[in-house]
Design a protein around this ligand. Structure first.
Ligand SMILES: Cc1ncc(COP(=O)(O)O)c(C=O)c1O
Length: 490
């Protein structure tokens, strides 16, 4: 088959055109049994291929027909031995990837600034995390990836680890020397798993960082839906056979996946793969040029800085993806969140994320000069609006969460007897739940860690700034669930 073909999407369309009489789920039956307003909005075409795993349409759990053909074409496009489609986002692919190599009490080496799905997988599998400190960027207030030195050190101390996990590139588009990390890990026969949520496009352009499969990694959970043109929630898991068994990965994925897989999502993966494989280079070329010109124009605006290649050169900043615009706004005396709200209210612009000091804007295959001009113009006006007070701004102290000490494995903490205590009185206790700001969804605390004064302060600052702190059962974060302590009876 050629990369121009879309066996899954074309198969679904051909099936819908035959217009079979459906005595199977979904019960909306091509939309006929659905709320009219929604049906008219979504359109009959979409509903006609919202189908299920009947004989002619193959089954994601045991693919032999059009889903297998689509997955095989994706494997060829991504340079993998096997590619599995996920309808449960990259989170689903990540959990399967980790559970395919780790069981109870197995060690896994992970950077501490991982997405919550990785911590969930660690709780589910009962694996023991060996944390690596990511490199911290004190100027921007963000964490980067891990260094080759720290990987070497971690593997020397834990050569029995079952896997090492690397985030590549990070949410902010920074990548590590992945090829070297793979070489080091493989010299210990340890497989490298890559969280490639923010890097589906990098495989298709040689001016972007090396992709997981290009660097020789063993597995990669890759968000096609984030930057590759498929529908939200669709993702892939790429596998290189050798240190991991693709058959076992299929078994675990199947255990974790709904039996009612969305064919709309699956078909969107098929067409996104075709577009990336056949036109990706040219589309990404345009995207890189657009983002570079935006970066240059933003950097001409007073008091606003858009990070560029000057960030490279440290051990953790080996390469970067220029299509991510990290825009530092702290010199305006505003938080990233205030700028996010200002852009929404004044210009109807929605950014990817904001934090205390930055906003992150992603430029993708879907952007043009028109959107670029609106953003640059808005930032220019923001700078003018803030000009009168810039001289009076106190230099902002950049805060970053400390990495707390882990007292219990995340699984033991999660399943321990717990109690609820006031947030303000929780210092020194062992936390039993996650606390994070989403996006980016990197935990400030994971179950099992000792609560520190510094991190309580960091959470308070994020709450004060209005940022979305999530995780605890108490969504106002007035209380926190901690491991129960028993006091001596007096
Ligand atoms: C670094 C990272 N990994 C994994 C994920 C999970 O991806 P998904 O939302 O597709 O489940 C995200 C989502 O934001 C992420 O930022």
């Amino acid at each position: 088959m050629s990369q121009e073909q879309t066996p899954l999407f074309s198969g679904l369309v051909a099936h819908a055109k035959r217009n079979p009489i459906q005595f199977h789920i979904p019960g909306h039956k091509k939309g006929a049994g659905m709320d009219t307003e929604f049906r008219q909005f979504i359109g009959d075409n979409a509903l006609s291929i919202d189908l299920i795993n009947i004989g002619p349409l193959d089954d994601l759990h045991q693919p032999k027909g059009i889903i297998k053909q689509a997955q095989d074409l994706a494997a060829e496009a991504f340079g993998a031995d096997r590619t599995f489609f996920s309808v449960q986002g990259t989170s689903g692919a990540i959990i399967a990837m980790i559970m395919a190599v780790c069981g109870p009490d197995d060690k896994i080496i992970v950077p501490r600034n991982v997405h919550k799905s990785i911590m969930s997988a660690i709780v589910f599998s009962g694996a023991i995390p060996v944390f690596i400190h990511p490199e911290i960027d004190k100027e921007l207030g963000i964490s980067h990836g891990i260094t080759t030195d720290s990987v070497e050190k971690a593997l020397k101390q834990h050569p029995d680890a079952k896997a090492i996990l690397v985030i590549n590139p990070t949410y902010f588009g920074i990548s590590a020397d992945l090829k070297k990390i793979v070489e080091i890990a493989h010299s210990y026969h340890v497989p490298v798993l890559v969280d490639e949520a923010h890097g589906v496009h990098i495989h298709f352009h040689d001016q972007l960082p090396l992709s997981a499969m290009q660097a020789g990694a063993d597995m990669a959970a890759t968000s096609v839906h984030k930057l590759g043109g498929s529908m939200t929630q669709s993702s892939i898991l790429n596998v290189r056979e050798g240190l991991v068994s693709a058959q076992h990965v299929q078994t675990i994925l199947s255990m974790l996946t709904t039996t009612s897989t969305s064919y709309l999502l699956l078909a969107s993966l098929d067409v996104a793969r075709k577009q990336l494989a056949t036109k990706g280079k040219q589309l990404i070329d345009r995207t890189i040029k657009l983002s570079q010109s935006m970066r240059k124009r933003i950097n001409e605006i007073d008091h606003i800085h858009c990070v560029g290649k000057e960030i490279l050169g440290s051990k953790a900043t080996f390469d970067y993806d220029p299509t991510k615009l990290i825009i530092s706004v702290k010199d305006l005396g505003l938080t990233g969140y205030e700028v996010e709200k200002w852009l929404r209210e004044k210009y109807n612009i929605e950014v990817e994320l904001s934090d205390l000091y930055n906003i992150l804007c992603i430029v993708s295959l879907g952007d043009t000069e028109t959107e670029a001009d609106i953003l640059v113009n808005a930032l220019n006006n923001l700078s003018i609006e803030c000009e009168h007070r810039v001289g009076q701004i106190e230099p902002i102290e950049v805060l970053l969460p400390e990495i707390p000490v882990l007292a219990l494995t995340p699984r033991d903490a999660f399943y321990s007897e717990t109690e609820v205590v006031p947030f303000e009185e929780s210092e020194g206790r062992i936390i039993a739940e996650f606390v994070m700001v989403y996006p980016p969804g990197i935990p400030i605390f994971i179950p099992g860690e000792i609560i520190t004064k510094e991190n309580l302060h960091y959470i308070r600052k994020n709450l004060e700034a209005g940022l979305p702190v999530q995780g605890p059962e108490d969504d106002e974060i007035k209380t926190i669930r901690v491991i129960k302590e028993y006091k001596a009876i007096q």
